[in-house]
Design a protein around this ligand. Structure first.
Ligand code: DX5
Ligand code: ZN
Length: 215
């Protein structure tokens, strides 16, 4: 059974507690939290105090997506805040192996994320070490963009590498996920669907989460 992780980037930040409580009562499995540093991606999102506030209200695991340069600097910070999964970008991390092990040794699940232009075969040496691989299906930095169709092929390739080697990392997809492409993504091998605007722009967000969950 796949997981659904609504992305809080699309929530109403003026009513964050209300939106988190909606997710608490929904079929959502994780809360996806996007951290942007204005350097690795051309945008800022939220910082430590807001993530702490999210942690106080959320009754589900926090899936933190770090879109920051040199993410190894923040491993202990996010452990302290109470993250369950910490995902860093392949493109932002010079010492990826060290960083992934720091995350795991601190007791969080460790994820690695690929931008749309980065091929999955580059992950081969790190795959035995990760708990999760996040495939970006848009260029990171903004919500509400259209899904890049080449992502299906990357997910299929990654899933073959996973099956052939017998690894058990989760495959997560992020960007432009909706109720139309979600069944195809699950079929291609996705284990975790991230959805921002599809959930929060819906007239009935819990029902949309239910649809994404019951594929
Ligand atoms: C984009 C973020 C996503 C974003 C997805 O950089 O990583 O998590 O919130 O938003 P949608 O689902 O609207 O494309
Ligand atoms: Zn994200």
């Amino acid at each position: 059974m796949h997981l659904v992780a609504p992305s809080l980037l699309a929530a109403d930040f003026g009513n964050l507690q209300r939106d988190i409580e909606m997710l608490n009562a929904s079929e959502a499995d994780w809360l996806h939290v996007d951290i942007m540093d204005g350097l690795f991606v051309p945008n800022f999102s939220i910082g430590t105090p807001v993530v702490q506030a999210i942690r106080r209200h959320a009754k589900k695991p926090l899936d933190i997506h770090l879109m920051v340069t040199d993410p190894g600097r923040y491993v202990s910070l996010f452990k302290k805040i109470g993250a369950s999964t910490l995902t860093v970008h392949y493109e932002a991390c010079t010492h990826l192996h060290r960083c992934i092990h720091q995350i795991k040794e601190s007791g969080m699940k460790a994820g690695v994320c690929l931008n749309p232009h980065t091929p999955v075969h580059l992950l081969e040496p790190i795959l035995p070490d990760v708990d999760l691989v996040l495939i970006m299906s848009v260029n990171p930095g903004y919500g509400g963009q259209s899904f890049i169709s080449g992502s299906y092929d990357k997910i299929r390739k990654l899933n073959s590498m996973k099956q052939e080697s017998g690894y058990d990392f989760l495959i997560e997809v992020d960007g432009g996920v909706d109720t139309e492409n979600a069944p195809l993504l699950v079929e291609a091998g996705v284990n975790v669907l991230v959805a921002g605007n599809t959930v929060f722009s819906a007239s009935d967000p819990p029902e949309t989460i239910r649809q994404l969950k019951n594929i």
